[in-house]
Design a protein around this ligand. Structure first.
Ligand SMILES: NC(=O)c1ccc[n+]([C@@H]2O[C@H](COP(=O)([O-])OP(=O)(O)OC[C@H]3O[C@@H](n4cnc5c(N)ncnc54)[C@H](O)[C@@H]3O)[C@@H](O)[C@H]2O)c1
Length: 254
């Protein structure tokens, strides 16, 4: 029996990367999945992969999670899919990078919308469904950039947004406790997804620059982030709330 048996999990950003892996691993552990993304075809591919592996998943796409009205509708539809929600996995994000002082106001706003608005909107509009269920878990994917600065590439908006996600998680934990809602952040270091692997290509110098701050001198595999999320979403983690977990190969340790 999986550790997420009888749980219903809403995972955002399931069109690829860690969201796709999260769908597969959460389904393997017995959860019923609702996965949403702005990209319809990619999201449907994930639904197919989960079903082919024997899991249950419903896709909701396209939805632009930076738009509050769309998030409200998505949250209500997600709660209807399997009769309630137990786990909200705020994985979706979009960010832009660039150096000071030329980093544009537009890029700043797009990054705060893509990294900070999304988990707030999704938490806000799913909150009443968790309360109705008698409690649940919100997992917010932040980043090592919420704890330490980074130069590869320069990331002023990314650092600010992810520090915000870690702070917001503590507040959600505080306000959620009365409703048996736990809130936990995970802060990954560099993770090699199929997309980032393709983008980096054969450029070993850039790969080394990105992983140089980790103690393990390598990228994480998506599974190394998502297996922790599955544990945190489960009842085995019932005393864990308000915490931020670095899964960064030691990058924030020195
Ligand atoms: N990959 C890394 O190295 C790394 C490191 C630290 C933290 N993270 C965080 O982990 C999470 C997942 O990362 P990933 O590398 O798998 O990302 P990704 O870019 O591969 O996937 C993100 C998914 O979210 C979707 N998405 C983006 N904006 C959206 C919107 N407005 N509405 C709906 N869907 C939207 C995308 O379509 C995509 O499918 C993100 O929160 C990211 O910030 C990633």
């Amino acid at each position: 029996m999986g550790i997420l048996e009888n749980k219903v999990a809403l995972i955002t950003g399931t069109g690829g990367g860690m969201g796709r892996v999260a769908s597969l691993i959460f389904a393997r552990e017995g959860a019923k999945i609702i996965g949403c993304d702005i990209h319809t075809d990619e999201n449907e591919e994930t639904v197919e992969l989960v079903r082919r592996a024997g899991g249950e998943m419903t896709g909701i796409a396209p939805v632009d999670l930076t738009e509050p009205d769309q998030v409200r509708q998505m949250a209500d539809d997600a709660a209807k899919a399997y009769g309630g929600l137990d786990v909200i996995y705020n994985n979706a994000a979009m960010q832009r990078f660039g150096p000071m002082p030329d980093f544009s106001v537009e890029d700043w706003r797009a990054t705060e919308a893509g990294e900070l608005d999304i988990p707030f909107f999704v938490s806000k509009f799913t909150w009443s469904h968790l309360v109705q269920r008698g409690g649940g878990v919100i997992i917010n994917v932040a980043s090592e950039a919420g704890m330490i600065a980074g130069s590869n590439p320069p990331m002023v908006a990314h650092t600010a947004a992810n520090a915000g996600v870690i702070g917001m998680t503590r507040q959600l934990a505080l306000e959620g406790a009365a409703h048996q809602i736990r809130a936990v952040a995970i802060s990954p270091g560099p993770v090699l997804t199929p997309a980032s692997d393709r983008d980096l290509g054969e450029n070993q110098a850039i790969r080394d620059a990105i992983t140089s701050k980790t103690l393990l001198k390598r990228f994480a595999r998506p599974e190394e982030i998502v297996e922790l999320a599955a544990f945190l979403a489960s009842d085995r983690a019932s005393y864990i709330t308000g915490a931020n977990y670095a899964v960064d190969g030691g990058a924030s340790a020195w």
